[in-house]
Structure formats: structure tokens, C-alpha cells
Write a protein that binds this ligand. Sequence first.
Ligand code: ADE
Length: 244
Amino acid sequence: MRIDILTIFPGMFRGPFEESIVKRAVDKGLVQVFLHDIRDYASDKHRTVDDYVFGGTQGMLMKAEPLFAAVEDVQSQAPERGPIVLLTPQGRLFSQEVAAELAGHDRLILICGHYEGVDARVHEHLATDEISIGDYVLSGGELAAMVVVDAVVRQIPGALGSPLSSADDSFAHGLLEHPQYTRPADFRGMKVPEVLLSGNHAEIARWRRQQSLLRTAKRRPDLLARADLTDEERQWLLTNLPNQ
Ligand code: ADE
């Protein structure tokens, strides 16, 4: 997969992309990440990428020309085609499903917006997808792009140490992940549940599933409503949820 990121702050990506899973995936050749400075595509000597808003609102808007020029140039650098994603609080909400959908492409172009927003022609005629990482306003699309890249890259087969690890993540089955423990089995009197030490794999799997159900019901009932549960599991929850 090739990911091109268009930003006015390429330096912001250095730390996060030079550590951990993204770095490992890049080193393994599973993904290529290219950073492009939008200012390189400005047409004046001041490298201007913003301008006043027609109709008179306060603040500045990101200009259309440098963004169109940047996307066209970046597209010409490699033959693969894929979504052109604008990171904006007005986009569809990012989720594990959206990450999986994006991970299915050979190419992603991510545009990081700034200032009060981006000229509407970028939304309407350049971006093919708009994504928000949550209902809050960030100072720019960079942090959102990092979140998207991290969640997408960990879905690429081989990016994680074990092939099972991303399939086990919270949300992978529409439920939150069950609690997990490592050694010691007794830490300051806080004991690991007996069943996990039993070696009985069927019992352990059952306990984990039940813990996932309980956790999701308590913390994210909205997820539970959409999750794939058997009638038996729904019944089990009704009798095992406290205060219900
Ligand atoms: N840019 C500013 N806020 C954002 C958000 N919540 N998601 C994506 N991009 C953004």
C-alpha cells in the first residue's frame, strides 16, 4: 500500500511514524508513506496556501489551487488509484470498519485541512471521501491523519507481530476486548482469574466471550445493539448484568 499525506506541517509526522507499528510496516515494505508539503504547490513566492473567506467571515480558508495541484502531482507519481480523503470534522465518523475498508486499497491520499477550513471546491470536486475522527475540533487534520494511518496500517496482513493480534482487537467483532493479564498471577493480592490458569481452552474462550459481552454492555451499549450475538448470549446477559 502507498499512502501520500498532504500537509503544511510534514515535520509533525516524524515522531509517530518513526516508531512502533507504522515504522515496522514501512521497514518490512508493507506500506510506503510519503509526506508532501502543500506549500511546495503554492503559486507565489510567499508560498501562500490560505486566503480570506468570500462573503466575509473571520479567519482564513485553505485555498483550492495548491491542493488540486498537489493531488494531481502526487497522483502522477504512481499508477495506483485509491480514495482521496480529506480529514475534516465534517466527514463521516472514523471507525474500525472504515479502517478496514481503507486498508483494502492499494493507495490512499490524505489531505490535512487547516485554518477555518478548506475551500468548498476541494470538498466537492477533489476529495472522494471525508473523514472525522470524532466530534471535536482539532487545530488541523494532521493528528487525525496519524490516527487513520495507524489504524489502517495495523490491519495490513503482516504489520503486527502475530497474525491473530488485530483480529482480537476491541471492535474487531463489534465488541470490546475482554480483560487480559500477564505474570505474576498474584500481584499485591490482586489475583488473575482462576479460569485463565486452568489450561482449559474451551472454558477460557467462554469466559473471555462473557467478559467481552459484560464489558460492552456496561461501557458501550450502543455497540451491543449492533453486535452479532446468539439468542443464548442475549439471554445470558439479561441474567448476568448487575442492576437489570
Ligand atoms: N480536523 C479538525 N478536526 C478534525 C477531526 N475531528 N477529524 C478530522 N479532521 C479534523
